[in-house]
Write a new protein. Structure first.
Ligand SMILES: [Ca+2]
Ligand SMILES: [Ca+2]
Ligand SMILES: [Ca+2]
Length: 257
């Protein structure tokens, strides 16, 4: 009886710890995507590694959009399919390593991408899911794509890279796993917001979340925040895949014996 009770308690704790994690996609293909601003047939697990959202306050660019992820042994690949016109900033916050930041702990007003990365809705402290502490941001705008490492207030965030490709309605970008601190087989947790250059927040997000049920937070000082996130599990190294396959083979042999 004690064992059963313990199991139920452990299951409840596990459930609580993952309550805000909406969707997990696991990369089972050794190949990555090709960063050519085109969504090709075999990329992103032939479309299986994709994530939808909610909200339509800015026209559905994010809320009706799709975030794609893929990986190989070296890189994380990001593909974003816009659900509407790209007039504002698609703001992807990535939690990939220990540590990280909250909205309340970041403040960089240097430009629109920096505002969106550190503030989302500028005048509200947007809550994140418990334990979700982003380390990096990717901003997709009609000018291109920018990649930042996040930093604590009062420091400006650190510019890492700019890609001038302005493709719509599909945008593609890639980041070395080593930069993110992700080992092959490790997790990338993320959410996507859609924010005006001025810091005027929309109610759109990937994944869907409570914020979708309210008006755009705009310049207001109240937001329900981004309390949900998705997870992409990168592909293990070929050696690890081989070992996993060998383990399955041995298990099958044991079952036959
Ligand atoms: Ca892959
Ligand atoms: Ca491609
Ligand atoms: Ca904010």
């Amino acid at each position: 009886m004690r064992v059963v009770t313990g199991f139920i308690v452990a299951a409840a704790l596990t459930s609580a710890a993952h309550a805000q994690l909406v969707d997990t996609r696991t990369d089972a293909t050794a190949a990555g995507a090709v960063r050519d601003q085109v969504l090709s047939a075999g990329e992103y697990g032939s479309g299986a590694y994709s994530y939808g959202g909610g909200g339509s306050g800015f026209g559905g660019t994010v809320g009706a959009g799709l975030m794609y992820m893929d990986s190989d042994a070296t890189n994380l690949y990001l593909g974003f399919q816009m659900g509407g016109g790209l007039n504002d900033l698609v703001t992807i916050l990535l939690d990939t390593r220990a540590g990280g930041y909250t909205d309340a702990g970041m403040n960089d007003n240097g430009d629109g991408g920096r505002r969106a990365s550190t503030q989302q809705s500028i005048n509200a402290d947007d809550a994140y899911a418990p334990g979700f502490l982003p380390d990096f941001s990717v901003i997709i705008g009609n000018f291109g794509t920018v990649f930042f490492q996040l930093e604590a207030d009062p420091n400006p965030i650190t510019f890492i890279d700019f890609d001038g490709a302005t493709s719509q309605p599909f945008r593609e970008y890639s980041i070395p796993l080593a930069t993110l601190g992700v080992s092959p087989g490790g997790n990338v947790d993320f959410f996507v917001a859609y924010i005006g250059d001025s810091g005027f927040g929309s109610n759109e997000s990937i994944p869907a979340g409570p914020i979708n049920g309210f008006d755009n937070p705009g310049f207001g000082d109240v937001s329900s925040g981004y309390t949900t996130f998705d997870r992409f599990t990168t592909v293990p190294t070929p050696g690890a895949i081989g070992l996993l396959g060998l383990g399955g083979l041995l298990a099958a042999r044991r079952r036959r014996a």
